[in-house]
Every structure is written in structure tokens, then in C-alpha cells.
Design a protein around this ligand. Sequence first.
Ligand code: ZN
Length: 221
Amino acid sequence: MVFCDSVGSSQPLSDDVGLAMYVEAEETVVEQCRGRKRTRNVDSWKKNIRKRKRARGEEYTSTTGKTVPAKSCSAVDCHCPLKCAEKIPGERQSALRKQFNAFEDWSLQTAFICSQTKVSKVARKYSTAQHSRRKYSNSYYLSNDEGIDVRVCKVFFRTVFGINDGRIARATTMKSQGLPKIDNRGRHRPHNKTRDEDVEFVKQFIAVCQPMNLTTVGTRT
Ligand SMILES: [Zn+2]
């Protein structure tokens, strides 16, 4: 940017010397501009556009090329004893959904899920199994029109936000461990990547072979 700006400031002179200087200066500028790299624009990356669309609940194309439809915006009624739909009517549901989708960021949404979920120890065990794995139970809360958190059932909670059980389970597990949840999608080590020890072995092998090759070449000539 700095180099290119100097083009405008260069004044052509009337005599030959001046013209030569001008042309030379211009060539230098062009040469310096040629090597510039494109700026890294993370926001325009295909995978980041997809992530944002998915977080907003809009239609997007998955990594496998499948078209995933937009999340449903219709009012939810679970007909459960907690009377969730009476506490959080249709309009309030869309307002909450909008607020959730507006985060556009997976980690922020997960933090929101955690803040609206209460994890407590199981008070009563109904299972007769000797080794029941269930130790904790979750309760879910949504803020009503007055901004007061009211308890709703899990089905209602997940349907309003268009999320699945796995998403809730992962968020609450991290909450019980006291760790902030970060987005690990797409951050795994590639499955087909050569192991570090194999790369090191090949490097050592090449290092050993190189002097031998030179000797061979020397004797041939
Ligand atoms: Zn319900």
C-alpha cells in the first residue's frame, strides 16, 4: 500500500533525465508491488460461511455436499405437565430463537445453553439396576416475557433452539467439569497424516544417505 501510494506523488520532469528517473522509479514501484500476497480473509472462507449459516439456523451445504434445510420457526407445544408452551408462548419462543441464532458463534451458543441449564445430583433413583450410571439430572430454563427464568422440559428447550440431545449433553458435561467449552470442530489432527516418528525416521535416513550419494557421484566422474 505504501509503495503504490508513491506512484501518485511522483512528478514527471520535462527533460530526458527527469523522464528516465520517472520511468525507473515507476518500474521499481511495480516490482515492489508484484510480490505482495493476498490478505488472509478468514470471514470469507467457505467453511466459516457454512458455520455461520448453521449457527443462524439457515439452510447450508454440508462438507459432504448435502443441503441441510433451515431450522423450523413454528411454535412449539410439548403438551407436558410443566405446561411449557403456556409459560413461553409462540412469540416469546421466536424472540428467544432469534437471540440464540444471533450469536452466530458455536462457543457463545454453548455458553448460553450452559447458562440456561441447571445440573444437580439425582435426588431419587427409580432404576432398580444395581449399577445405575445416572448420577446427575438436568433442568432447563427459559426467560419469559418478564425476563424471569421459568422451568421447561428438555424437549421444549431443544425444539425452541433447534438443537439436539448431543449438543446439550456435550455442553452440560463440560459444565460439570468446570471447563469453558471451545469449538473443536475441524481442529482434529488429520486421520491420514503421517506420524511424527515416521517423519523423523525418514529425515534421519536421508541425513545418513546424503554423504553416501556424494561419494558415489564423485567416484563416477
Ligand atoms: Zn414441556
